[in-house]
Ligand binder design. Structure first.
Ligand code: SF4
Length: 323
């Protein structure tokens, strides 16, 4: 018999505004009758990709896969400026879904280059956002884990900037490390506020429950960071991609209150589905039969759920209010 009595969803989870807007732009374009593609998957989430396919939006790996005259959506991570030029040269309609926060980062990088700083960019080297940022500052030195930092040279004028989803503690530590590396050090804190709030809310919930379930892409840096923070708070966390990954009731043995949180690319509905799955898999006799109702209630208790999913209908035929 299961022991879980309550599942709680962290406040302020679901899509971040950058991801949501890129998805909405793709759906709007397709709904307006344009052949629409996204350059790369908007998020690595099966449900979202299927939902976009229902709208007729297909993801492509390169611009060469898009027919002339069709629309191509740039996802929230942004791209190098050359990508815009190539798309226009090929006669494509470019719909810019780059997140406004990332656009600001790109502009700031460009300014740093013009001001002549040696730039250090904290980020995951092959992450699409970092690849896009390097288009604005090709000579920037990208560093990730602490083992990379010894390779940072000493220069008279240096600047530090970061990929939006890097953990704030890592940025602060690197900033402190770099103080001795330069005579003049300019620090631009470009950690996205959404990332910071999500981490705060996840930590708060982790302190109040007995077990956490973190939902997001296996390789997503911001999801892995949420898992790490739960463990730091002293609460064990299971990281999964979706509700189907939960098949072992013994993981919940003896736990009465379980928390659920998710990365910035995880729709809030996935968190509700995970909550329902936990109730069904490991709930007490009392709650197991009410998994649907209780998981909806958990979703309703999370902050502003309506703003945390795509604002357009789940499918072209579904009314917006049902999304
Ligand atoms: S995490 Fe922040 S910067 Fe990145 S896409 Fe989302 S809102 Fe934009």
């Amino acid at each position: 018999m299961g022991t879980v009595e309550t599942v709680r969803i962290a406040q302020r989870t679901g899509f971040c505004y950058g991801v949501r807007e890129a998805i909405d732009k793709a759906k709007e374009s397709s709904a307006a009758g344009k052949r629409t593609h996204t350059l790369g998957q908007v998020v690595h989430n099966e449900g979202v990709i299927q939902n976009l396919l229902d709208y007729g939006v297909r993801s492509v790996e390169t611009l060469d896969d898009v027919d002339s005259g069709a629309a191509v959506v740039i996802r929230a991570h942004g791209v190098k400026p050359e990508v815009f030029e190539r798309a226009e040269h090929r006669g494509l309609e470019v719909i810019d879904g780059t997140c406004t926060w990332v656009i600001q980062e790109q502009r700031q990088l460009q300014e740093l280059v013009e001001e002549g700083y040696t730039i250090v960019l904290l980020g995951t080297p092959n992450h699409p956002e970092v690849i896009g940022l390097l288009g604005f500052a090709p000579d920037a030195i990208v560093v990730d884990d602490e083992t990379d930092w010894v390779n940072i040279p000493r220069r008279k004028r240096m600047a530090l900037i970061t990929q939006s989803t890097q953990p704030p503690w890592k940025f602060e530590k690197l900033a402190a490390f770099m103080v001795n590396r330069a005579h003049e050090l300019k620090i631009l804190n470009t950690v996205c506020p959404v990332t910071i709030r999500r981490q705060e809310d996840t930590l708060e919930l982790a302190r109040e429950v007995e077990l956490m379930v973190v939902v997001g892409g296996r390789h997503s840096a911001n999801t892995k960071e949420l898992t790490r923070l739960c463990e730091i708070a002293g609460t064990h966390a299971i990281q999964i991609e979706n509700a189907r990954d939960l098949d072992d009731p013994s993981a919940f043995d003896g736990k009465r209150v379980v928390g659920v949180t998710g990365g910035t690319s995880t729709p809030i509905e996935d968190l509700r589905d995970v909550a329902a799955r936990i109730y069904e898999l490991a709930g007490t006799d009392d709650v197991r039969g009410r998994a649907g109702e209780l998981s909806e209630r958990a979703l309703g208790a999370a902050a502003t759920p309506a703003g945390r999913t795509t604002s357009l209908p789940a499918s072209p035929k579904t009314p917006a209010s049902a999304a």
